[in-house]
Design a protein around this ligand. Structure first.
Ligand SMILES: [Zn+2]
Length: 323
């Protein structure tokens, strides 16, 4: 069981993660506020936080039987040997994290996990809005910010990470002055402003498309699950074997999990479209300066080509800008 104090910490961690904080930033924040871990330690490990972010017990129903866990990243089902099978009835305890918040976090974890190029992992950094958003078209790697301090004169450029690490023979992607990159985002927003009316039409169409794709019914699965769980409890109570039933329940649980992820993705997309719509409605003056907050809210990815930048918006469309 989770008590109210722990619940508050869990909610804080979920909220901060969705606000774009990295695991290490969340950990440092908790330590700075003198919050102790579940085992009474002052030091928070990122591993602990990651575990909490994917602990389904917080949404009020644990996966049936801890002998199987579903890994959201690989969608693989892992059998955990050596544990005594235990059955579990859904919604038997109250959740402290709403399901859609939980699903948003799982989606964000997948997004951050995808921020790796080739076999190398890149650490997610949220210090600059453009970190983890800018990619090299040539090798697929991420662009990294490099700050210069030339006799007290500060400047910054962005460079392909492969090139930084292995030199121009590995990737000959160009170095981009930070102002150029920032200017592209300003142009992108101003282009939205100019094409506001037609953009709003496109967004409305995109929303319709999302709504049109109907998936399998969650209610149907839930009601068969409930039924099977009752049967299982009866069998267990009368000491009959329930392996076959348990297996059926696993399969249904997995199906349900997949549908939930799918619908979280759909809802996430829908939400991003309506956010941009709302923003566009109130967007009545061109912007003149680089705005970190706008980037975080609406831009998904910027790809650097030899001759152009491609700016991809979270609402599901992209714009090109010549260099
Ligand atoms: Zn590159």
């Amino acid at each position: 069981m989770v008590d109210e104090a722990e619940a508050a910490i869990v909610r804080r961690i979920y909220r901060e993660y969705l606000e774009g904080k990295s695991l290490i930033q969340i950990a440092r924040g908790l330590e700075a506020d003198g919050i102790l871990t579940g085992t009474g330690k002052t030091k928070w490990r990122t591993k602990t936080i990651k575990k909490m972010l994917s602990n389904e017990k917080y949404i009020g129903d644990a996966l049936l039987q801890k002998t199987y866990t579903v890994d959201f990243l690989t969608k693989k089902r892992v059998k955990n040997e050596g544990l005594v099978p235990q059955y579990y009835v859904e919604n038997s305890h109250e959740g402290i994290i709403p399901k859609d918040l939980y699903m948003q976090v799982q989606e964000e974890m997948v997004r951050r996990a995808n921020l790796k190029a080739g076999k190398k992992k890149r650490v997610y950094s949220s210090k600059y809005a453009l970190s983890s958003l800018v990619f090299c078209s040539k090798c697929g790697d991420i662009y990294r910010r490099i700050a210069w301090n030339n006799r007290g004169k500060h400047s910054a450029v962005w460079r392909c990470y492969t090139r930084v690490e292995h030199g121009p023979s590995a990737c000959d992607a160009e170095t981009i002055p930070e102002e150029d990159l920032q200017m592209v985002t300003v142009k992108a927003f101003n282009q939205l402003y100019e094409g506001k009316e037609s953009m709003l039409e496109v967004l409305a169409q995109n929303i319709h498309q999302v709504l049109d794709t109907s998936g399998e019914s969650l209610e149907a699965i839930e009601s068969s699950l409930e039924d099977l769980q009752h049967q299982l409890l009866k069998k267990a109570n009368s000491k009959q074997s329930y392996d076959k039933l348990a297996n059926e329940i696993f399969e249904l649980r997995e199906k349900k999990q997949n549908i939930m992820v799918e619908s979280a993705e759909k809802n996430g997309y829908k939400k991003r479209i309506s956010e941009l719509e709302e923003f566009l409605h109130g967007f009545d003056l061109e912007i003149t300066e680089y705005d970190e907050q706008l980037i975080c809210s609406y831009i998904q990815k910027i790809t650097v080509y030899d001759d152009k930048f491609n700016v991809e918006f979270k609402a599901g469309f992209d714009l090109n800008f010549e260099k």
